[in-house]
Design a binder for this molecule. Structure first.
Ligand code: B1M
Length: 232
């Protein structure tokens, strides 16, 4: 039977979830939306659909992206398919008060309008179960700090693609230090011209090479922080 003829509704729930993992991998947004609705109609809760169908599917995408099996265009398509499912689940999750695994405020720093990589990170984070507040491009220190005050995230993520804008990350982190709030947040940085040494030099907690590493690092550092504070 060809993909076009596959009747998603005829699959039992486990098979349908596996099909969704494949459809996410192949970036099939319409199929993901349809399957999400089918699972909800079968009385699965939105958090189960999110975790077992979408997040698990994106986890597989993340691994293959990290290992160089998938490339940026494919991951963007997968993330777009994920968004189709998330747009159905998001209002339901808000109603049921399902807890996300953490919250991240992310933005491209001031003077920089590159956002493809940052968007990929945001999508991968969402795929890993994070609530993402995306401040967009050209984000100044006041906007970063205001967003931290407003949203109280676990993580601040910053992206820069220009050698001229990457030093701005230090401006933001120094400002957090001055305000006495640096240690309230995990700070992750990324972008093509950065490296680990630069991340350390500006005072970030970690430099993330790509979106998959960003999602993994975010989860690991949140877990470590919660263990230390006795929350886990
Ligand atoms: Co521009 N650009 N660009 N550009 N651009 C670069 C970065 C450049 C290297 C091209 C070159 O000359 N070879 C060069 C920078 C040189 C330098 O700084 N030394 C450059 C330049 C010079 C410029 C302009 C100044 C050009 C001009 O106007 N004269 C101008 C800058 C404007 C400005 O920002 N003020 C400019 C403009 C543009 C476009 C608008 C045309 C477009 C951006 C469109 C957009 O983003 N919406 C653009 C593009 C597309 C690029 C290249 C070709 C591709 C960038 C990209 O999207 N990569 C780029 C050359 C290159 O990098 N090969 C280039 C794909 C993306 C998925 O990767 O962003 O690295 P990346 O993100 C990765 C990781 O880095 C990491 O995860 C992502 C996914 O795996 N990551 C994070 C990124 N952010 C993270 C944040 C995290 C964690 C991980 O936080 C937790």
């Amino acid at each position: 039977m060809s993909e076009e003829e596959l009747d998603l509704n005829s699959l039992e729930t486990g098979e349908l979830m596996e099909q969704m993992h494949d459809d996410l991998y192949d970036g099939m947004a319409d199929e993901i939306a349809e399957a999400t609705n089918i699972l909800l109609a079968r009385n699965l809760t939105p958090d189960v659909v999110l975790a077992d169908a979408l997040v698990e599917g994106m986890r597989i995408v993340g691994i293959d992206f990290r290992d160089g099996i998938l490339f940026v265009p494919e991951v963007l398509l997968a993330a777009n398919a994920m968004k189709a499912g998330m747009s159905i689940l998001r209002p339901l999750l808000a109603e049921t008060g399902a807890v996300s695994i953490g919250k991240i405020v992310i933005g491209t720093v001031k003077g920089d309008i590159h956002d493809i990589g940052k968007n990929l990170v945001a999508m991968m984070m969402e795929g890993a179960g994070f609530e993402v507040i995306d401040l967009g491009i050209n984000t100044g220190v006041e906007d970063f700090v205001a967003a931290l005050d407003e949203h109280r995230p676990d993580i601040l993520g910053m992206s820069a693609l220009l050698t001229t804008t990457m030093p701005y990350m230090k401006v933001v982190i120094d400002s957090m230090v001055e305000r006495g709030i640096r240690d309230d947040y995990i700070v992750l940085v990324g972008g093509a011209p950065l490296n680990e040494e630069f991340g350390l030099a500006v005072g970030a907690d970690a430099y993330c090479r790509d979106a998959a590493v960003a999602a993994e690092t975010a989860q690991a550092l949140i877990h470590a922080r919660r263990l230390t504070s006795g929350e886990d």
